[in-house]
Design a protein around this ligand. Structure first.
Ligand SMILES: Cc1cc2nc3c(=O)[nH]c(=O)nc-3n(C[C@H](O)[C@H](O)[C@H](O)COP(=O)(O)OP(=O)(O)OC[C@H]3O[C@@H](n4cnc5c(N)ncnc54)[C@H](O)[C@@H]3O)c2cc1C
Length: 390
């Protein structure tokens, strides 16, 4: 049976980063990279932000075929169905079996589903893969009315794209704010104002959903005293880590695959990185740069290094409705909040022991990198004011 030195399951940024990290150390070992998607690994963050413009199959590719050849990386388009940890053996959906010496699980996550009766399955869309977004783009040629359930970042960004395409968009959420993971009430209110101004109908605090079909075959959602007719239903309800392989292999899992600070799973030859990994703090990052960093460290540690992964503050930035939002959410133990406003820029700066620890900002996108640096390096507030004056 074929044996590979390193096998990486998952063609996302965590997987790619692990491979780059391995290749920094050693160009000879055999590296097999497996993706179950239909194209070269790509920049997932771009897909739902480019519904208006559309995109070609490899437009957002992270690498090309020459890169794979030059780095002696074999990319296999298949799905891993089982891991036998005793034999170090993988079973594929299409291509039999092979063995690994070290395995990195970078299998990401999957969109949460809606568990209610009478869902019109043929009208449900997601924005998790490029293929799914292409389906939305294709369907948009013949549909007008969109219902989006879930006003997190992906839902709001998708709503922004669809309204720019002159669609009728209804956005609903069970929470009372939008982008709840990253925005506080004040910045959510700003965003809700822009959402409504754009022509999107937004309904928060929705708990009970009833789907039905009209006599003429139209799909209808009823909630409270509202009736919404729709051609397409886009679900952006958050994500759940793809732990099936790990669970079946009896690796320790909670919501994600449990890893130690070296990103090693409960099996010493298997590492996990990116959206699938649950860290010692119980956190699952769900962000691009965090997945990239974890892939890098998992790759190094699979090569025998001992690098500790440190969670950095979660940062969100998004550009919607011609506005820019940036946040690193406060932990709640800050001493002081300084609010500053100039023209359309608003910022709330959270300070502890004289240092800037968290921030909400609107409409200062040109300096987003500086803001990020300030938080990551925990600048003194005086330095912050000098370097990023308003
Ligand atoms: C629409 C959208 C917009 C986003 N925008 C942002 C943003 O603006 N900023 C930000 O920081 N983050 C954003 N994110 C989150 C970010 O994209 C993820 O955190 C990041 O892509 C995670 O990378 P990953 O490598 O861990 O997983 P993924 O990118 O999910 O890759 C995992 C891959 O593994 C494959 N796979 C799973 N199981 C198997 C198997 N058994 N066999 C073979 N292959 C398998 C999956 O199909 C997938 O291709 C966004 C996410 C989405 C969906």
């Amino acid at each position: 049976m074929i044996v590979k030195d390193f096998v990486i399951i998952g063609g996302g940024i965590a997987g790619l980063s692990a491979i780059k990290s391995i290749r920094e150390e050693d160009t000879e070992s055999s590296v097999l990279w497996i993706t179950d998607e239909d194209r070269l690994p790509y920049k997932r963050t771009k897909i739902n932000k480019n519904i208006v413009s559309g995109f070609g199959k490899e437009d957002f590719a992270l690498i090309d075929h020459d890169w794979l050849v030059n780095n002696h990386v074999e990319l296999l388009y298949d799905r891993v169905e089982n891991i036998d940890v005793e034999l170090h053996e993988l079973a594929f959906k299409h291509r039999g079996h092979l063995r690994y010496k070290k395995l990195i699980l970078a299998t990401g996550n999957k969109p949460n589903q809606l568990l209610v009766d009478n869902l019109p399955e043929e009208k449900i869309f997601h924005v998790h893969t490029a293929r799914q977004v292409e389906n939305i783009i294709r369907f948009s040629k013949k549909s007008i009315k969109y219902l989006i359930i879930g006003a997190g970042v992906e839902g709001v960004e998708t709503a922004d794209q669809l309204i720019k395409m002159n669609k009728e968009v209804v956005l609903i959420d069970r929470n009372n704010t939008v982008i709840k993971r990253f925005l506080n009430q004040k910045y959510s209110d700003f965003l809700v104002e822009s959402i409504k101004k754009s022509g999107i109908e937004f309904y928060p605090n929705i708990t009970e959903l009833n789907f039905s079909e009209s006599e003429s075959g139209k799909s209808i959602l009823t909630f409270d005293d509202k009736k919404v007719e729709f051609d397409a239903l886009i679900l952006t309800l958050g994500y759940t880590p793809n732990t099936d392989l790990a669970v079946n292999a009896e690796l320790k899992c909670n919501t994600g695959i449990l890893v130690n600070e070296y990103l090693q799973t409960s099996n010493e030859d298997i590492y996990a990185a990116g959206d699938v990994a649950e860290h010692v703090t119980g956190q699952i990052t769900g962000l691009w740069h965090a997945a990239e960093r974890q892939g890098y460290i998992a790759g190094k540690n699979a090569m025998g290094k001992e690098i500790i992964f440190k969670l950095e503050p979660f940062r969100m930035k998004t550009e919607v409705f011609d506005e820019f939002y940036f946040s690193v959410k406060p932990q709640g133990d800050e001493d002081e909040v300084v609010t500053e406003e100039k023209d359309t820029v608003v910022r709330d700066i959270y300070i502890k022991d004289g240092k800037v620890l968290a921030l909400f900002m609107k409409n200062d996108g040109a300096r987003a990198k500086l803001y990020q640096q300030a938080i990551m390096e925990q600048w003194e507030f005086d330095k912050f004011k000098n370097e990023i004056p308003l």
